[in-house]
Design a protein around this ligand. Structure first.
Ligand code: PMP
Length: 357
């Protein structure tokens, strides 16, 4: 018997049918594919990070509760004591934790489509039945279709990315509220891009017994730390903590995150700079012949181009990595997702795009 034979005999067929989530390699390239913050840390902050890392007792397990990180987040977000917070190794891990806590046999996960692909993948990992509800052609939430699907499917779990990835737009707050009130189970409002958006449900947690707000520090300059957080009523946090691995947040992340979260002015300045660059990029993309750019409240822009696969390859040949979403979903035909970079990176992107037809 070979390893392949045993794999075929015991690994679930739906897992065997998957391909692993592909992370593109981009050595030496202008990296505009993953919604990272493009600014390196200023030297004085690097020195503080180095000192914090040097002091970590790596021979010991980290603090299982990650108390220092939770405290730093509570301060920087101004969270009241009445709400709970749980941390994850990226918000990716929190999605997995939430799904595995709710995946009763036969339970349904529902999400609009296209949205963040990890929702559906986690439904599959945990054996939830996944129901996707198409967005309107302008990527707005199709509230009628959502409410109808909710009434029919009675989902245990609904994910709403607010703003949405990969479309970039922010759903109407009233529509989101109607969905939250209609869902018999839990609604996760995923605010990965909150730093670039005009609205948030974080201050409204107490209004809804079935709301978790999910966030990440990945888009504000700390993607390498792998730190996400979920905020909700303490009753929800208590259950999620039972599913969380005891030491899910490593000691180096626990040491560094509070140092960076204390740099509130730096983080705010970078968000302002990226929003200004987003405005500039959006305006420039809109003037390109044959290009449609969609409104965004994130640190990326979604653009429909005449030939996404060809444009993706031409940009790659020019040393610029973006994300082609062509083939992902009918609504994303010939769409490229372009992360907002530094002014120089955006200039290089626009110069390369101007040569394409
Ligand atoms: N949610 C959304 C909507 C995202 O776009 C992403 C990152 N692409 C994540 C969650 C996961 O972020 P992380 O695991 O880096 O916290």
């Amino acid at each position: 018997m070979t390893a392949a034979d045993v794999v075929a005999a015991v690994v679930r067929p739906e897992i065997r049918a998957l391909t692993a989530y592909a992370v593109a390699k981009a050595p030496g390239m202008i990296k505009l594919d993953a919604m990272e913050n493009p600014f390196p840390l200023p030297e004085p902050v690097r020195a503080k990070v180095a000192a914090a890392v040097a002091a970590v007792p790596v021979n010991r397990y980290p603090d299982g509760g990650a108390d220092a990180v939770r405290a730093a987040l509570r301060v920087s977000l101004g969270l009241p004591d009445s709400v709970g917070i749980v941390l994850g190794n990226g918000s990716d891990e929190l999605i997995q934790i939430i799904v595995s806590a709710l995946a009763k046999p036969g339970a349904v996960m529902l999400a609009p489509e296209p949205s963040f692909v990890m929702y559906r993948r986690n439904a599959l990992y945990s054996g939830m039945r996944y129901v996707g509800v198409p967005l309107a052609p302008d990527f707005a939430l199709d509230t009628g279709a959502m409410l109808e699907a909710i009434a029919r499917e009675r989902p245990a779990l609904v994910f709403l990315a607010y703003p949405n990835n990969p479309t970039g737009n922010l759903f109407g707050a009233d529509e989101v509220e109607r969905v939250v009130r209609a869902v018999p189970g839990l609604v996760v409002v995923d605010e990965a891009y909150y730093a670039f958006a005009d609205a948030s449900f974080l201050p409204r947690i107490a209004e809804f017994p079935n709301l978790v707000v999910l966030r990440t520090v990945s888009k504000i300059g700390m993607a390498g730390l792998r730190l996400g957080y979920a905020v909700a009523a303490p009753e929800w946090i208590a259950e999620l903590n039972k599913v969380r691995q005891p030491y899910n947040l490593n000691a180096l992340t626990q040491a560094v995150a509070p140092v960076l979260l204390a740099e509130g002015a730096m983080l705010a300045e970078q968000a302002v700079a990226l929003k200004a660059e987003r405005t500039r990029l959006y305006a420039a993309l809109a003037t390109l012949p044959g290009v449609t750019v969609f409104p965004t409240q994130t640190n990326f822009a979604l653009a429909r181009v005449p030939d996404a696969p060809r444009w993706f390859e031409a940009l790659r040949a020019a040393g610029i990595l973006v994300k082609s979403l062509h083939g992902w979903h009918p609504l994303l035909l010939h769409c490229l997702r372009i992360t907002v970079g530094t002014p120089a990176e955006n200039d290089a992107l626009l110069a390369a795009l101007k040569t394409l037809r």
